[in-house]
Design a binder for this molecule. Structure first.
Ligand code: SF4
Length: 372
């Protein structure tokens, strides 16, 4: 195991229970095998286990093998957006993009809502309902829905759904469950954690999971302006996060992505372009930084004055970065038609449910308080 799972992980509690109950070691492996590759949704569906053991596990850990229930699926040509319900009733959105090149990428949520209040983001307008547990995060990836009809499970996972992943302490257990060969066994390089810059946990991430890909949201090279877009800037400035990523580049030699959400008349001037390019050129290993320019989506709940720039201007901005010697591409966006693109995972049902979900979730997870 690459890093140690905490006792909060359900899998650790299940394994410990099986040991205490005197079950042979292969029973745990049978259970994991069903979790990884079968259509079993409940313990009762795991027919490789004796009936008495299935009943015992269901009684102790709840009936569901995956602690999420599929509620709804929306699809457009290339995107599938799925709504799950947790065992406590929270709603969680997960999105899979089917790229024409032949591979699938999954966007998972780390929190129900988000408390960081970024002004361009619909999820931020909802507020934080609660952190998702590691098991709930991983269940979005491992749910049997994705492998029905013989489909392969999506090859890459990005923490770009609802929530700031690094504000959730359960992220680290989730990453271990996803990447450890004894559990989901995904390549860490195919897992991306996106953050607006929660510096203490960014430092922890590069230390504990150095192969995981990181995307840091920049959105403005100017601190005061960035703080208006991302209030967390006042607590953990961009410069502090970039210092961590400089060390990461020097030690682990991993490419890091900087996301830049282009908003018309806000952060798309020549002055922004030049300062952004300088920001990258000042890095200790600038060749290991890549800017992904994203056209703003007019998401519900965001500042009403924000507008999308023209598609041509986005291309010009990318070309301007390239001319200044900075690696940059425009990020393709799929799923705008079903509100599944960046900043659009606002979940009408979450907004509707937030007042009623919060009280029943009070047993779950003290969150790291963030002033924003
Ligand atoms: S952009 Fe991310 S951190 Fe900011 S409010 Fe939205 S979900 Fe939260």
């Amino acid at each position: 195991m690459s890093t140690v799972l905490t006792a909060r992980s359900r899998w650790i509690r299940i394994r410990d229970h099986l040991i205490e109950a005197g079950a042979p070691a292969f029973r745990f492996r049978q259970l994991l095998s069903a979790w990884q590759s079968s259509s079993a949704e409940t313990f009762a569906d795991v027919h490789s286990l004796p009936a008495a053991l299935r009943a015992d596990l269901a009684e102790r850990f709840g009936p569901r093998l995956h602690p999420l229930t599929l509620l709804d699926v929306q699809q457009d040509e290339q995107v599938e957006k799925v709504l799950f319900a947790s065992e406590t009733g929270a709603r969680i959105e997960t999105v899979v993009s089917h790229y024409r090149a032949g591979w699938d990428s999954m966007c998972v949520s780390s929190q129900a809502g988000c408390g960081l209040g970024c002004t361009f983001c619909a999820t931020g307008a909802v507020g934080l309902v609660r952190n998702l547990s590691a098991d709930e995060i991983v269940a979005q990836v491992m749910h049997p829905h994705w492998i029905r009809d013989g489909r392969p499970r999506p090859a890459s996972v990005a923490f770009m759904g609802m929530g700031e992943a690094l504000a959730n302490p359960h992220l680290f257990d989730a990453l271990t469950l996803l990447t450890d060969e004894g559990f989901a066994g995904m390549s860490a390089r195919r897992v991306t954690v996106s953050t607006v810059g929660f510096a203490p946990n960014l430092a922890r991430l590069v230390e504990r999971h150095p192969q995981v890909t990181i995307t840091l949201s920049v959105h403005s090279p100017f601190s005061q302006e960035r703080a208006r877009m991302i209030p967390l800037e006042e607590r953990f400035p961009l410069a502090q996060n970039l210092d961590i990523l400089d060390r990461h580049a020097a030690v682990n030699r991993r490419k890091t992505y900087l996301a830049y959400l282009l908003i018309a008349g806000v952060n798309d001037s020549d002055g922004h372009l030049g300062a952004l390019a300088d920001l990258v050129r000042r890095r200790s290993r600038p060749e290991l930084f890549h800017i992904s320019v994203i056209r703003y989506n007019e998401a519900a709940g965001a500042v009403p004055e924000y507008r999308a720039p023209s598609s041509r201007h986005v291309d010009e901005f990318v070309n301007g970065l390239l001319h200044r010697g900075v690696h940059a591409t425009r990020r393709r966006q799929l799923g705008t038609g079903i509100d599944a693109a960046c900043g659009q995972l606002h979940a009408t049902y979450l907004a509707l449910d937030s007042r009623r979900v919060a009280p029943v979730d009070t047993e779950l997870i003290p969150i790291t308080p963030v002033s924003c």
